[in-house]
Design a protein around this ligand. Structure first.
Ligand SMILES: [Zn+2]
Length: 226
């Protein structure tokens, strides 16, 4: 089930106050049109009745696709909070899991902080790729290009659209301007090798230790090390 609630908001252009209905959670197995809205940047979009200004409200959102076992929780702009209140985040994610009915075997909930990360994670899970291995690849990319790719200012995002059977495609995003700046490729056969390499108890444990979750991110790993 998708859940909508009424929120008081202010138009960023004319400052008019208004009450609007916004989604708290969407179930895209039941309502695939909501996935399309999200991808088209139209989910929780508002048009001001006073000045006609169109804008998008970025708020907490649970993206749920039970058919594909994809669950992603988007906490816009809370990355710094996460670093200082990690336990609180973990507790609220656990509360979310336990509030689900007993007979429901929930997939693990993914945590993201930007809309780009949300879209990236949805595509990645739909493509049956392992999010920890993808972040491990990004970790290697940061390490090998430390002069050009500073994890503080550059995000690396997996790009499904330009990925092929031969190579996985990644784009570099500048976190200040949010502009996409460059493209990086990674052989799919090397990804398959990593999947195989990490498929042992000891190696899996190492990967889990690097990316324990709920926020699985190579950038985060560098930020914590810094
Ligand atoms: Zn307005």
């Amino acid at each position: 089930m998708s859940v909508k609630n009424t929120y008081p908001i202010q138009c960023p252009k004319c400052q008019a106050e208004m009450e609007v209905e916004l989604y708290d959670s969407i179930n895209v197995t039941e309502a695939p049109a909501l996935r399309d809205e999200l991808m088209a940047n139209q989910l929780n979009a508002v048009q001001c009745p006073h000045c006609d200004f169109a804008f998008r409200v970025d708020k907490r959102l649970l993206y749920n696709d039970p058919e594909n076992r994809v669950m992603v929780f988007w906490f816009p702009g809370n990355e710094a909070d996460y670093r200082s209140n990690k336990e609180e985040f973990i507790a609220s994610m656990e509360a979310l899991n336990t509030s689900l009915p007993d007979e429901f075997d929930p997939p693990s909930v993914h945590l993201v902080f930007t809309r780009s990360e949300l879209v990236e994670r949805i595509f990645l899970l739909e493509a049956d790729l392992n999010e920890r291995i993808i972040e491990y690849i990004k970790y290697m990319m940061y390490s090998r290009n430390s002069e050009k790719l500073d994890p503080k200012t550059k995000a690396i995002l997996f790009n499904t659209e330009d990925s092929t059977d031969e190579s996985l495609c990644f784009v570099v995003q500048d976190l200040q301007s949010m502009k996409l700046e460059g493209m990086l490729e990674f052989d799919r056969s090397a990804y398959d090798d990593l999947v195989e390499m990490f498929d042992s108890d000891a190696k899996t444990a190492h990967l889990m230790e690097l990316f324990p979750g709920p926020y699985i991110s190579a950038r985060e790993l560098f930020m914590q090390e810094a």
